[in-house]
Design a protein around this ligand. Structure first.
Ligand code: NAD
Ligand code: WQD
Length: 342
């Protein structure tokens, strides 16, 4: 049975590729647009290999309105899942204008096309960074947006507000999914995270240190007010996260939305410290990880983890995979990358 036609922007990226697989597994028709600014073309063949489906692909930058609108006219999309964005917090501090332009202009173009081609709605990649360091934990969806800690976080806050206004004014449906810390890889090890250069994020730094690409992991601070002094995050397996998008689309299609604009946390609800992550990685993969404790990283918050009630009750979604499974799949993926010579 064929379901709706879904445009997946940024579909060759880390989360977009895993989501495209799960969408196809759930009988959705997927078309991908990606500029390859932070991804590789071979990922398309990998998605096709996993799913056994040929996927229509467009390579261009969505900040180009003419190309974006031509693509919408050529196709008969029902919904958009909008992943395409730049995502490095560090880089956004150095190049705030680049982040504002890419992340806001791409969304504005998508919204214009949704209106002109009369699509039904959009699912948007938001982030727990919209909350900053929340006052109460676990953080639920009623927590206010705090002053953004980076231009990247600011783009996510602005994008959510743009979608809310658009949805209410144009009577289109929008869902923002606020991801916590996505990690891990598909169990085929055909797709996974492909960090360029030195990774900022914890898990790729761990796997690259374990394989010898980096000398050792630096643990940023052991003087936080947490059980072992290292910061706490809600790590979520990327395949679980991908499935949250399938549920968001199902909600839109089954007309279960309670408002034109809705937003949900997507996390496991469990917080893990950096040292707990390292221990899990060492245990499940039987590896001694080289690491040292260094001073805090500027801009890091102490702890955050999600309240999952709303996503469980309304999206009918919950995370299935635990930290050990995340660490196993991340390591399997890193070893596959080594075999590829990358
Ligand atoms: P990614 O960089 O792997 O994927 C993004 C994809 O979008 C890339 O393939 C890139 O080439 C493409 N892209 C970027 N700008 C584009 C443009 N203007 N036109 C066309 N293609 C463009 O990142 P990801 O980790 O898969 O993240 C996907 C989304 O989820 C992003 O919006 C990101 O901000 C958000 N998010 C990510 C995380 C995370 O930790 N990975 C957490 C919260 C939210
Ligand atoms: C996790 C923990 C570090 C690297 C970022 C973005 C956020 C979201 C996910 C997009 C922290 C510690 C890290 C290292 C370390 N992305 N760490 N040594 O900072 O929670 O969130 O990615 O929306 O917006 O801000 O993730 O993986 O960088 O860090 O000790 O080499 O690991 O201090 O406590 P973060 P992270």
């Amino acid at each position: 049975m064929n379901k709706a036609n879904i445009l997946v922007t940024g579909g060759l990226g880390y989360i977009g590729s895993h989501t495209s697989v799960e969408l196809i597994n759930n009988s959705y028709n997927v078309t991908i647009i990606d500029s390859l600014i932070n991804s590789e073309k071979f990922i398309l063949e990998r998605i096709e290999k996993i799913t056994g489906k040929k996927i229509p692909f467009y390579e261009f930058d969505i900040t180009n309105y003419k190309k974006t609108s031509e693509c919408f006219k050529e196709n008969n999309f029902d919904f958009v899942i909008h992943f395409a964005a730049l995502k490095s917090v560090n880089e956004s501090v150095k190049y705030p204008d680049k982040y504002m332009k890419n992340n806001l202009d791409s969304l504005k173009n998508i919204l214009k096309c949704i209106e002109s081609q009369n699509l039904s709605g959009i699912v948007f990649s938001s982030s727990c960074t919209v909350y900053g360091q929340p006052d109460n934990l676990p953080v639920n969806e009623n927590s206010p947006f705090k002053k953004p800690e980076s231009p990247y976080a600011e783009t996510k806050q602005i994008c959510e507000k743009l979608i809310e206004k658009f949805s209410d004014e144009k009577r289109k449906h929008g869902i923002s999914l606020r991801y916590f810390n996505p990690v891990g890889a598909h169990n085929s090890s055909l797709i996974g995270e492909l960090p360029r250069g030195i990774p900022d994020n914890l898990i790729p730094y761990i796997t690259q240190s374990a394989i010898g690409k980096r000398k050792k992991l630096k643990v940023f601070g052991k003087d936080y007010n947490t059980s072992d002094g290292t910061p706490v995050r809600d790590y979520i397996h990327v395949v679980d996260l991908a499935n949250a998008h399938v549920q968001a689309l199902n909600r839109l299609i089954e007309k279960k939305s309670k408002k034109f604009y809705e937003f949900f946390n997507v996390g496991t609800g469990k917080g893990h410290s950096v040292l707990e992550v390292i221990k899990s990685f060492e245990k499940v993969n039987n590896i001694k990880l080289p690491y040292e404790i260094v001073s805090r990283r500027e801009g890091d918050i102490e702890k955050i983890y999600s309240d999952t009630n709303l996503s469980r009750n309304e999206l009918n979604w919950k995370a299935e995979r635990n930290l050990d499974e995340m660490m196993k799949s991340a390591w399997k993926w890193e070893k596959t990358l080594k075999d590829l010579g990358s």
